[in-house]
Design a protein around this ligand. Structure first.
Ligand SMILES: [Zn+2]
Length: 440
């Protein structure tokens, strides 16, 4: 465990390829370009006047029939899910997807050609931390199609998917963690599959001019028709996972969570992406906590300063929000961008130093010791810290709740406190602190 944040990534250089579009059957050239920090993924229509761009965000979702379509104003891009899945899973946070048509080249119906072009461009780290959506409570989504999606807390991004065809034919299950290596090997080569009865009417209406056995597997009854044999015996569920990754990329944040999907489709995937994005917006809006932990009354800043000798910039407790009995208390500190340590830690991507969180724990624990000793003639001195772990980075604007619990107070000379810091309901750091008492 370390306090080093994961950084955003973009492409090392531009790279592209040409192919056929699925719906119109026209030649299209796709080119991926690097983009700056916090840019996200944007599609660029090079074939239109002024070359408009469309943000790959769930708010721009227009259609989920057969493929995922996004748009801004009257400009649309279709079938974005496979290139988005490849960018997202290969670790690209910021990029421009430039195309001279309204959809990317379909390739062989998998994400293979996009992975190839990303690898040719290379992936490069940038100087800003990645944005994560941490699943705190389970969320779920159910659609009339029978699709069921459940999102559970997890420290990684995982997908466990069950795919089932008509009359439960071709029922397949796969559970994976989404990493670049696993995606490239297990998911990216899995091709689109369609049921003959679904595509027949589309072919009659001339809606999939570029569709052929070269870019999709066609299932007719129990028969599997494709130009080349199945790449995996469970290729269908792998492609379902590919689509989930691509659709959830529209959230804009990387997800720490476990997606459990049963018979997923673009509609349900997009609904889950929308719910996650909505929850993220709600979290972003909360600059101060809605509720303070209950306790037996706290101390305001003045009272804290009567106990602690520390002053700005070394006072790391704004106030004590409450005590629980004699041995537990919770302090609070709002971390402002004006904290002097942000100037040098680090320019361009401010992260609160872990040692300052340990200092905050020590100060809150000292208040507990003071209250226990019921005397101001002695001070608790911080001697040592054990089992210190930094779990997540703390950024400007975060409110830290500092929990301290006295576990040992020996002969009024030594004391031990178990402490942890919490931001947005997640433990960001922890440690066991030892104190000794000295006369003032
Ligand atoms: Zn797909």
């Amino acid at each position: 465990m370390s306090s080093t944040p994961e950084f955003q990534h973009t492409l090392g250089k531009a790279a592209g390829f040409s192919g056929t579009s699925l719906h119109k059957g026209e030649k299209v050239t796709l080119k991926l370009h690097p983009a700056p920090v916090d840019h996200g993924i944007k599609f660029k229509r090079k074939d239109l006047q002024d070359e408009p761009t469309i943000d790959a965000k769930i708010d721009n979702l227009k259609m989920v029939e057969r493929a995922t379509t996004i748009g801004e104003g009257s400009v649309r891009v279709h079938t974005v899910e496979h290139v988005l899945a490849a960018l997202f899973a290969m670790g690209v946070d910021n990029a421009i997807v430039e195309m001279d048509a309204n959809e990317p080249p379909i390739g062989d119906g998998s994400a293979q050609s996009y992975v190839d072009v990303i690898k040719r461009a290379g992936v490069a780290a940038q100087e800003a931390p990645r944005k994560f959506f941490d699943v705190r409570e389970s969320m779920h989504m159910e659609a009339k199609t029978g699709a069921l999606l459940i999102l559970l807390p997890d420290e990684t991004f995982r997908i466990s998917c069950t795919q089932a065809g008509p009359n439960n034919r071709f029922t397949q299950f796969l559970s994976i963690q989404v990493t670049p290596a696993i995606f490239e090997r297990e998911i990216a080569p899995a091709r689109t599959f369609v049921y003959y009865e679904d595509v027949q009417s589309l072919m009659d209406k001339n809606l999939i001019k570029g569709g052929s056995l070269e870019n999709a597997i066609v299932v007719r009854g129990d028969a599997v028709l494709s130009k080349e044999p199945l790449r995996f015996t469970d290729e269908f569920v792998r492609h379902k996972i590919l689509d989930i990754i691509g659709d959830l990329a529209l959230v804009g944040h990387r997800i720490h969570g476990h997606v459990v999907a049963v018979k997923p489709g673009h509609g349900a995937n997009a609904e889950l992406a929308r719910a996650v994005a909505r929850e993220q917006t709600r979290r972003d809006a909360i600059s101060v906590p809605r509720t303070l932990p209950v306790g037996e009354g706290g101390f305001d800043t003045d009272e804290v300063m009567q106990i602690l000798p520390h002053r700005y910039p070394f006072l790391m407790v704004d106030r004590i929000v409450g005590f629980e009995g004699e041995t537990k208390c919770i302090g609070m500190k709002t971390v402002s961008i004006n904290e002097p340590f942000f100037q040098g830690h680090f320019p361009g991507h401010p992260v609160m130093p872990g040692v300052m969180q340990v200092e905050a724990m020590a100060q809150v624990a000292s208040i507990l010791l003071f209250k226990l000793a019921k005397t101001s003639s002695r001070l608790g001195y911080f001697m040592s810290a054990d089992e210190v772990k930094f779990r997540k980075p703390v950024f400007p604007g975060d409110t830290i709740f500092i929990h301290a619990e006295l576990t040992k107070a020996r002969g009024n000379r030594l004391a031990k406190a178990k402490c942890h810091c919490v931001v947005n309901d997640a433990v960001v750091s922890e440690g066991e602190l030892m104190f000794t008492f000295l006369d003032k």
